[in-house]
Every structure is written in C-alpha cells, then in structure tokens.
Design a protein around this ligand. Structure first.
Ligand code: DQA
Length: 148
C-alpha cells in the first residue's frame, strides 16, 4: 500500500511560521515521524511540498495507478482552488483532507473548504499529529472501502 502526502503553500515554513498557531515542529520533522510510523505499520509513503498550485495539481494527476490514498494539506489553496478540487475528482483516489490548526476556530474565510465535498474525510486541528492520524486512517480506507 502506498500513501502520498501532499503539502501546499507555506508549509515549508512550519516551525518558524506563526508557531502559536502551527507549533514548532518543522515539515522535515513531521516527514521523519511519518516515515518511521510507515515502516512500523508496513506501508510506503511519499512526502512532498509545493508552493505552486499547478505542481500540486500535477502530483494529484500522476498519483493515479501509483498510490492508494492521498493525504492532502492544501493549506491556503483549500479555501480557493477549484483546480485542486477538479484534480481530486479526476483521479478518483480517496483523499484525506488534513489541517494542523482547527480552521473552524479561525477567520471565517478558513471555514470553507473547496476540497471537503470531494474528499473521503477530514482530520483537523490536531497539530502535527493530524499527519499521523491521517496515516492511521489511510490504512483503514483501503482495508474497508474506497468509497466514502
Ligand atoms: C492550514 C490551514 C489553512 O487555512 C492555512 O492557509 C494553512 C495551513 C493548516 O494546516 O492548519 O496554510 O492548512
């Protein structure tokens, strides 16, 4: 089983970016934790970040036939990107939407996710642990059914 972790804009700055909201854990540290846990549970993971919407769209498209589940923190594109949403629908893979912060406790423009209606489920507000929880959830997504 292969799981693709995709991270959107500004997540490369985790650790220094608004630590009171996102914590002090860097994206590299999150990736290391995910890779470690993946070995333990016996799944393969790929972990990527881009500040470019088009690159994220391309990665979603290319995931078809190569990955079983996508874990997506689309960051600010969550709230704006019809292109990312269309890519999710186009590939038909189960996508788990994640966020580090509880977006519903924050500004109103973060309450709306264009991804949510086309995602399998959401994990929101657990800090860096949102990634670990998504990894655990991914295994069950394929074990049970890919359809929500
Ligand atoms: C985020 C929440 C988004 O609203 C924000 O634009 C981010 C990070 C999160 O993980 O909490 O960049 O996706």
């Amino acid at each position: 089983m292969k799981i693709l972790f995709l991270n959107g804009p500004n997540l490369n700055l985790l650790g220094q970016r608004e630590p009171e909201i996102y914590g002090r854990t860097t994206l590299a540290e999150i990736e290391a934790k995910i890779r470690q846990r993946a070995v333990t549970i016996g799944v393969e993971v790929d972990f990527r970040q881009s500040n470019l919407e088009g690159e994220l769209v391309a990665w979603i498209q290319q995931a078809k036939g190569k990955f079983d589940v996508i874990v997506l923190n689309a960051a600010a594109y969550t709230h704006t990107s019809i292109a990312l949403r269309d890519a999710i629908v186009a590939v038909g893979l189960p996508v788990i939407e994640i966020h580090i912060s509880n977006v519903h406790k924050r500004e109103e423009f973060r309450h709306k996710s264009l991804m949510a209606p086309v995602c399998y489920g959401q994990i929101i507000g657990f800090g860096a642990d949102s990634y670990v929880l998504a990894l655990e959830a991914s295994v069950n997504v394929t074990a049970a059914s890919k359809a929500p």
